[in-house]
Design a protein around this ligand. Sequence first.
Ligand SMILES: *Cc1c(COP(=O)(O)O)cnc(C)c1O
Length: 363
Amino acid sequence: MSALTFPQSDTSRRIGDAERAAILADPGFGTHFTDFMAHARWSEASGWSEDEIVPFGPITLSPASAVLHYGQEIFEGMKAFRHDDGSVWTFRPEQNARRMQRSAARLALPELPVEDFLASITALVRADEPWVPAPTGETSLYLRPFMYASEPFLGVRASHAVDYLVIASPAGAYFPRGVQPLVVWVTDAFARAGAGGTGSAKCGGNYASSLLAKYEAGEQGADEVMFLDSETHTFIDELSGMNVFAITEDQRILTPQLTGSILEGVTRASILQLAEDRGLTPVEERLAYDRVCEDLRAGRITEMFACGTAAVINPIGEFRDRHGSVRVGDGGSGETTLSLREELTGIQYGRLEDRYGWMTRLV
Ligand SMILES: *Cc1c(COP(=O)(O)O)cnc(C)c1O
């Protein structure tokens, strides 16, 4: 058993208070990075070691590193939230830790123990504490743990050397002008994941293969793409980085069951719980896209939304496909959708009671 602590020897900051304040005033998403990063290394001979908090900066990599050739890489996405009393919290981090272990197993990468994952997050957020934005609007510090095959070797087998890093990036409100419903293109040309593939692992390769479909969506005037199952192009899988939900007239909340080609979202699991506790009946089943369109036209499905850590909950206003389009409700943001969003962000920012024990204090 390893027990990593991620000690910090160099505590000098890259930028000054004024420069950081200017960035935090309008951080955008994923463009600015904090002063530090967490790093650990794994080798087949000695397991996890060399854990430390180091200044954020370029990494050196052999051009022969396996990740650059065969894509052996996984990642996670989570947020640190500042509460009104100045404390800093994160949401269900042990879920991300376990999911990263499942992703690692699928990609033949080493599993990082849950405690070590949590230690890396805690150490980094403590070092980068001034980067956690004040709780105005929906700002947060986005955390990106990732792991990749760094062994310089062109043979095809699991890498004997792996690097794990956590970087952090301040994130502004996802919806600075209020929540905006998505127009979603339903592709029948591309699939996100196939049976037995890597769909349920959070790996970079899934995103590389979804980019072209996202451009196709853009050409159709849509914001996002939705993928159907790869075998029959019948059942809804998910968007390129968000899970999908529908709410029915008779108070059921539907989401595609986890078939192995869908990413097990922490937001998805949390919404199922919140929805059940407010009297909706959660149903996880295969959802045929054609059937969903019929139910939308007949008013049996009244709201739909996508969810994930970045947007939390994003209403869907319209689907477009090769045959036409269908509106969701009146095309705006559904009432239950917005209310679930309010509840989940309320828990995350400490405005509502954390009745499930989902929050972990970091600072
Ligand atoms: C990360 C991700 C999600 C959302 O997961 P959360 O844990 O809720 O952030 C959904 N789909 C894909 C493909 C993802 O990579």
